[in-house]
Design a protein around this ligand. Structure first.
Ligand code: DLL
Length: 441
C-alpha cells in the first residue's frame, strides 16, 4: 500500500492501459462463456458473437444483455460454469417473489472479491488499525462475508456481530472500542437512536467510520446519521450486488464525490432502461455491468436496474478509476404517480431538514379512481404535537408544499407517533405498494 491506496497499480492506472486490459479480459470472458455455459453459448451463437469479433470495447454492444429473469429461469445452477468440486462458496439473494438468484464462487473468485473489497475499505479510510464491527447478517446475503474477507485482507480486526441484537451490538461497540461499523444506512441510524435510548453516554463510543451500503442513502440522510453518532463519524457509500460478487464493485473514497469502480474487474455501461440503447458517457440511466474476472457464475452485460451516472474524470484522491454517482433508485422502484416519475430518494431528500420529524418514513402507494396516489408517512419526534392541532396542520402543510415543489405532484402527508414506523436491521423497506388491493373510490 502506498499513499493510502491499496493497489496503486490498478487504482491509479492510466485509462489507455486500463482499456487495453479490459478488452483483453472481455475477449477471454466471451470465449470462456461460450465454451463453458450452455446458456451463453446459445445466446452468443444467436447473436453471431465470438471472442474474435470483439476488436474494441465498444463491440460489447453486440453481446446480448443478461437479466435477473435469466438467473431465475436457470435456478439454481444453470448459469454456473464449473463443476461443483471447483466451487468453494454459494450465496443467494433473498428473492421476495419467485426463485432466489443463486451465485457461486471459485477459489479465484473469492480472492478477487477480497481484493476488490480491500481496495474500497482502504479508500474509505479503514486500515490494519481498524476494529470493525460487521452488522450485516451473516448467511446467504453477500454483505457480511464479502466485507469480512476484504477487511481481514487489509489486516483490520473484524468483529462479526451479524445483524440484530441491538443492545449486545452496542455493548460490544462500546466495550471493544469499535471504530468502524459495517451496516445498512438505516440500521446505522437505528443503532444511533438505540444508543441514545440506552442512556450510556454517546462519548463512550469511538466510532469514526461507517462503511455503509446495500441500500440507497441520500446525502441528507447521511448527514443525519453522522450527526447522531457525533462529530468524528464519517460515512461512505458502498455498492454491489450478489450477481457481481456482492459488495466490492464500487465505493466512496474520502472525497465522497462518487463511488470508485473497480474497473479492472467490472466493465460498466449506462443504458436507457426502456429502449435498451447504450447512452453516451456521463448520461444518467440504468447501469449494466460485465464482470470481467468472475468465473463461478460469469456475468455478461448484466442489467442491474439501478439508475446512476458515471464520471470518468480522475479524482482528487489520486485514483483514476471512474466514479458512479450515488444510485438514485432502481428502475423497478420508480413510482409513476399520475404521470410523474418519483424515486423514494427524492422524497427522502425533501423530508430531511424538518426538525420536528425523525428520518424514518414510509411511502404508501394506492390506486384510487384509476390513478396512483402517494401517502408519505412520517414520524414525529414529539408525540404531543399530535394533540396540538394548529401546529400539526402547519407542519403537515410545510412538508406537503416542499414535496410538491420538488416533485410537482400532490401527496398526502400523515404524521404518526414517535417510534411507530418499523425499524430494520438489514435493508429498509420504505415503499408499501397497495396498488394490487381492491380499488378505493
Ligand atoms: O446489497 C451487496 C452489498 C452488500 C453492497 C453490502 C454493499 C454493501 P444484493 O442483496 O444482491 O447485494 O442487492 C443488490 O441492492 O442492485 C441495489 O439496488 C441495492 N444496493 C446495493 N448497494 C447500494 C447502494 C448487496 N450503495 C441491490 N446504494 C442493488 C443504493 C444499493 N442501492
Amino acid at each position: 500500500m502506498r499513499n493510502g491506496i491499496w493497489n496503486q497499480e490498478m487504482e491509479c492506472i492510466k485509462r489507455p492501459d486500463l482499456e487495453r486490459l479490459q478488452l483483453e479480459r472481455l475477449r477471454e470472458l466471451v470465449d470462456y462463456c461460450d465454451r463453458n455455459v450452455e446458456f451463453y453459448h446459445k445466446r452468443l451463437e444467436k447473436a453471431g458473437v465470438t471472442s474474435d469479433k470483439i476488436k474494441a470495447l465498444s463491440d460489447i454492444q453486440y453481446i446480448p444483455y443478461t437479466t435477473k429473469a435469466d438467473l431465475r429461469d436457470t435456478y439454481p445452477f444453470g448459469m454456473f460454469s464449473v463443476p461443483k468440486k471447483e466451487l468453494v462458496r454459494i450465496h443467494a439473494s433473498s428473492g421476495t417473489t419467485g426463485n432466489p438468484t443463486v451465485v457461486g464462487y471459485t477459489r479465484e473468485d473469492l480472492a478477487h472479491w477480497a481484493e476488490q473489497v480491500a481496495r474500497l475499505t482502504v479508500a474509505a479510510g479503514a486500515s490494519e488499525e481498524s476494529m470493525v464491527q460487521i452488522c450485516f447478517g451473516y448467511g446467504m446475503f453477500t454483505g457480511a462475508l464479502g466485507l469480512h474477507y476484504g477487511l481481514e485482507k487489509i489486516g483490520a480486526t473484524v468483529v462479526p456481530t451479524s445483524a440484530g441484537n441491538t443492545e449486545k451490538q452496542l455493548k460490544f461497540m462500546r466495550d471493544f472500542g469499535t471504530d468502524t461499523i459495517v451496516a445498512t444506512p438505516s440500521y446505522c441510524l437505528y443503532l444511533a437512536e438505540a444508543a441514545r435510548d440506552l442512556e450510556w453516554p454517546m462519548e463512550d463510543y469511538q466510532l469514526t467510520l461507517g462503511l455503509l451500503g446495500s441500500e440507497g442513502c441520500t446525502p441528507e440522510m447521511r448527514t443525519q446519521i453522522e450527526q447522531r453518532w457525533g462529530g468524528g463519524f464519517f460515512a461512505t457509500d458502498n455498492y454491489g450486488m450478489s450477481e457481481l460478487n456482492g459488495p466490492g464493485m464500487s465505493g466512496e473514497c474520502r472525497m465522497r464525490n462518487g463511488l470508485h469502480i473497480n474497473e479492472d474487474h467490472f466493465l460498466c455501461e449506462v443504458i436507457d432502461s426502456s429502449s435498451g440503447a447504450v447512452l453516451d458517457p456521463g448520461s444518467s440511466g440504468e447501469l449494466v455491468v460485465t464482470a470481467l474476472t468472475k468465473r463461478g457464475i460469469p456475468m455478461l452485460r448484466y442489467r442491474t436496474k439501478d439508475i446512476t451516472r458515471i464520471d470518468y474524470e480522475p479524482c482528487a484522491c489520486g485514483r483514476t478509476t471512474a466514479r458512479m454517482q450515488k444510485i438514485i433508485g432502481r428502475s423497478d422502484d420508480m413510482l409513476k404517480i399520475r404521470g410523474v416519475n418519483v424515486f423514494p430518494s427524492q422524497v427522502e431528500s425533501a423530508l430531511i431538514g424538518f426538525h420536528e420529524i425523525s428520518p424514518h418514513y414510509q411511502l404508501v402507494v394506492r390506486r384510487k379512481n384509476f390513478a396512483d396516489h402517494l401517502e408519505v408517512r412520517v414520524e414525529l419526534i414529539d408525540g404531543s404535537l399530535l394533540k396540538t392541532y394548529g401546529a400539526l396542520e402547519s407542519l403537515q402543510k410545510r412538508i406537503h408544499d416542499r414535496i410538491k415543489t420538488i416533485l410537482g405532484i400532490e401527496v398526502k402527508i400523515s404524521l404518526v407517533e414517535p417510534q411507530s414506523i418499523e425499524r430494520f436491521t438489514g435493508k429498509a423497506q420504505r415503499v408499501v405498494d397497495l396498488r394490487s388491493q381492491k380499488e378505493i373510490n
